[in-house]
Ligand binder design. Structure first.
Ligand code: UDP
Ligand code: MG
Length: 240
């Protein structure tokens, strides 16, 4: 009791460190009068921004249709689309301090250090008013995934995986004409190897966790979206 009062009274001077029992009791009462029970609001009463966001990771090899289907999900469910690749390309375009390194890695189809990508995603999550996000093309490795969990302190609610045969992905990437430095056959081959070696383990991790939704990514954009839509339509949180 004595120690508790003294430690809760940092303003007690050294001369008055030894309080009488009476003094201690009256201070305790004062302190206790501030220590009323705090009633936290029900989860649903918090403003949208304060609630834990609904996070979807969108995974799949290069050209599997992640970006295209994300656009449709934005239109239909009002989700905020964050493409990790686009955030990295923006750093290159802005000539930021990491820009040159990012460009070299992308040209080689290699994965940018987790810290860099996660910090870019973090900035977007923190500055956005949205409360439901599609994180497209990330995490690309187990290391990426672990860095996200550590830095952001969250896990995805669901993980969408666009499953597409390699030859179909190669054909799409070579035909998409977006002027990307990595859309050439040499880099595509490297990206496919990186996908298999580093991204598939992430996909398997979420499969084991029961969070993975695999969509066969062969077909027209609309056909594929009809397989994606029900996954999202079933989440009440996305209807708000
Ligand atoms: N990239 C990365 N980390 C990410 C996302 C992308 O390092 O989290 C790099 C990587 O070099 C990758 C390139 O950016 O090959 C292009 O990624 P994007 O997702 O834009 O390509 P897509 O899979 O959509 O073709
Ligand atoms: Mg993309």
């Amino acid at each position: 009791m004595w120690r508790r009062v003294a430690s809760l009274s940092p303003m007690v001077s050294s001369t008055s460190r030894y309080l009488s029992l009476h003094q201690a009791a009256s201070r305790l009462k004062t302190w206790e009068s501030f220590a009323t029970e705090i009633i936290y609001p029900e989860k649903g009463d918090l403003p949208a921004k304060r609630r834990a966001p609904f996070i979807t990771f969108v995974l799949g090899g290069p050209g599997s249709g992640k970006g295209t289907q994300c656009e449709k999900l934005v239109e239909t469910f009002g989700l905020k689309h964050l493409s990790a690749g686009d955030l990295l390309r923006r750093e290159i375009a802005l000539n930021s301090k990491d820009g040159a390194i990012i460009l070299d890695l992308i040209k080689e189809g290699k994965i940018v250090p987790s810290e860099v990508t996660v910090k870019l995603i973090q900035k977007e999550l923190e500055t956005s008013n949205a409360n439901k996000f599609l994180i497209d093309g990330f995490p690309r490795s187990e290391e990426n995934r672990i860095a996200f969990e550590r830095i952001i302190g969250a896990e995805p609610d669901i993980v969408l995986f666009f499953d597409c045969p390699e030859e179909e992905m190669v054909k799409r990437v070579l035909n998409r004409n977006q002027g990307r430095v990595d859309d050439n056959i040499d880099t595509i081959k490297k990206r496919l190897k990186v996908f298999e070696a580093l991204n598939l383990p992430v996909i398997n991790y979420y499969k084991k966790k029961g969070k993975l939704y695999t969509v066969n990514a062969v077909g027209t954009v609309d056909d594929i979206f009809e397989k994606v839509r029900p996954v999202f339509a079933s989440f009440e949180k996305l209807k708000e």
